[in-house]
Write a protein that binds this ligand. Structure first.
Ligand code: ATP
Length: 233
């Protein structure tokens, strides 16, 4: 990640705070903004600047040089009118990259109409992840890519345990690419204690054997990945 980036995070609820802290942890310069002084007190040690101001006031925003940041995240939650106004101001100030939060489809539509290109819905994202975990405990989503492609982590389907990559024919039979395998190894520490450690096996070879406890990192279309998981349960 670019350690020299400057980011503004407006609205320091749980979502905004987590974004601001993660950016700062990765070396980014963060301007954290909230109109609640307590929120500013709580975050001020963790970020470069923490300022109490009302983000619906364009003068207050431009006084903090918001126009100079590489990206602004507007993470106000409950008060959609305040989020909308703050977002409109940030767009007016010609901030290069504007990311706003939407709690539902209507809010998303309105944000799109005023010209926001990047919209986040933490509630939806978390809801989807939880549902996926419940439906398919062995499958974890890493990246959603355009055109319905994704990269996911799957526990080796039972039917394929102890087979080689060549035997399974992931590409030929399922249209999925195996990127690598996360494998658990037993390792002996200097004091003689045995611990379990996870490693990736690098680039899989045709003769690589899949073990029961392996996690497969695969890339493909979601429907093909789902078919692969279902076929082999
Ligand atoms: P989360 O779901 O992220 O925990 P939340 O439900 O706590 O968020 P809110 O409290 O609605 O979300 O909003 C997040 C933050 O936005 C709050 O800390 C609130 O003080 C701040 N906020 C609300 N309105 C403004 C405003 N006009 N200017 C600056 N900050 C604001």
């Amino acid at each position: 990640m670019n350690g020299n980036g400057i980011f503004a995070v407006i609205g320091l609820g749980r979502f905004g705070t987590s974004i601001a802290k993660t950016l700062a942890d990765h070396g980014a310069e963060v301007i954290a903004i909230d109109n609640d002084l307590n929120k500013i007190e709580q975050i001020k040690e963790d970020v470069a600047y923490a300022v109490a101001l009302d983000a619906t006031d364009i003068k207050a925003l431009s006084a903090q040089d918001i126009q100079q940041v590489d990206a602004a995240v507007i993470a106000i939650g409950e008060d959609f009118e305040a989020l909308l106004l703050a977002t409109a101001h940030v767009l007016d100030l010609k901030v290069k990259r504007v990311i706003a939060r939407a709690a539902n489809l209507q809010q998303r539509m309105i944000l799109e109409k005023i010209g926001v290109k990047e919209i986040l819905s933490p509630e939806e994202t978390v809801g989807k992840t939880v549902a996926e975990t419940l439906l398919q405990p062995g499958l974890r989503s890493y990246f959603e890519l355009p055109d319905d492609y994704e990269i996911v982590e799957i526990r080796t389907p039972k039917r394929l345990v102890n087979q080689t990559v060549r035997d399974i024919g992931l590409r030929e039979s399922y249209d999925i690419n195996l990127i690598t395998i996360k494998r658990t190894f037993k390792e002996e520490k200097k004091n003689g204690e045995t611990v379990q450690a996870q490693h990736v096996i690098g680039v899989p070879r045709p003769e690589t054997v899949l073990y029961e406890s392996d996690m497969l990192i695969v890339m493909g279309k979601s429907q093909d990945i789902n078919k692969f998981v279902e076929c082999n349960e």
